[in-house]
Design a protein around this ligand. Structure first.
Ligand code: ZN
Length: 269
């Protein structure tokens, strides 16, 4: 009995020692940047004629994740000046407002290759591009897949930018706090992002897995999506994550979800 107690005490002491030797977990924060706003014809977003509104408000969101001393940008919005929905303040200017230098951005993750998510990739040329493997392949085929914003990827396609095409999920910093999730359907290699925050809890940024509350709630699929079945499977995956982790799901294009994170320049922790 004494031996067991001594062993338990020794184990507890060892555990306390190794706990104190662990470096403090890096702080993780999530900030939303405004990357454009406009209107869209809601009827385009259901292939089963579920919607009737010729115009609903659309927002375009970019995000910055701080992980200790490293930064990641998620989606980059439209290129300013490229169309009426494009942002007036650039991604670079917004990064400067929160004291982030482009060279501090280690990763740039994108949900998919459309222009409203990749217009300002060039802001962070030193960042490693995290893109779905099938998305990357679709950019490189001749001709590239329709709707792929090839020009936005020039630095990574031809000028030596670092790219890590993702076949599946990616634990970005190796500690489970930031995970790229494979959610195909809108495009072949579409991805979403899970960020686990200490105070706010887990947050899922859905990319274009859904475009607004109504199609997320009722599995509404836009007729222009790449694959209908994959779209529904991806929405179901996100709903399961929402339930299992009690996560906050943010639909990036839905203005009603802007308020789920603190207003810029504040961040969720
Ligand atoms: Zn989009």
């Amino acid at each position: 009995m004494k031996t067991i107690l001594r062993a338990v005490a020794a184990a507890a002491a060892l555990a306390a020692l190794s706990a104190s030797a662990q470096p403090a977990a890096p702080e993780v924060t999530l900030t939303r940047l405004d990357c454009g706003s406009g209107n869209n014809d809601q009827r385009r977003f259901s292939d089963s004629f579920a919607y009737t509104k010729p115009e609903v408000p659309f927002t375009f969101s970019c995000y910055v994740i701080k992980h200790g001393d490293d930064y990641m940008v998620w989606d980059t919005g439209y290129l300013p000046g490229s169309n009426p929905s494009a942002p007036k303040v650039t991604l670079g200017q917004q990064l400067a407002q929160i004291n982030v230098k482009p060279e501090q951005v280690k990763f740039v993750g994108i949900s998919h290759f459309h222009a409203d998510h990749t217009g300002q990739l060039d802001t962070v040329p030193g960042a490693t591009l995290l893109i779905g493997e099938r998305e990357w392949a679709a950019l490189k085929t001749t001709p590239p897949m329709a709707g792929a914003n090839v020009a936005g990827f020039k630095h990574w396609l031809t000028d030596g930018g670092k790219v890590e095409p993702q076949a599946g999920d990616k634990d970005v910093f190796g500690d489970g706090t930031v995970m790229v999730l494979r959610t195909p359907g809108h495009t072949p290699g579409h991805q979403s992002l899970l960020v686990r925050l200490k105070d706010k809890g887990p947050v899922v940024l859905v990319g274009d897995a859904a475009h607004f509350h109504e199609n997320y709630q009722n599995n509404g699929v836009p007729g222009f999506n790449y694959d209908r079945a994959q779209t529904i499977a991806s929405m179901e995956r996100i709903k399961e994550i929402e339930k299992n982790l009690k996560a906050t799901v943010i639909i990036q294009h839905d203005p009603r979800d802007i308020g789920k994170l603190p207003a810029f320049p504040a961040s969720a922790k």
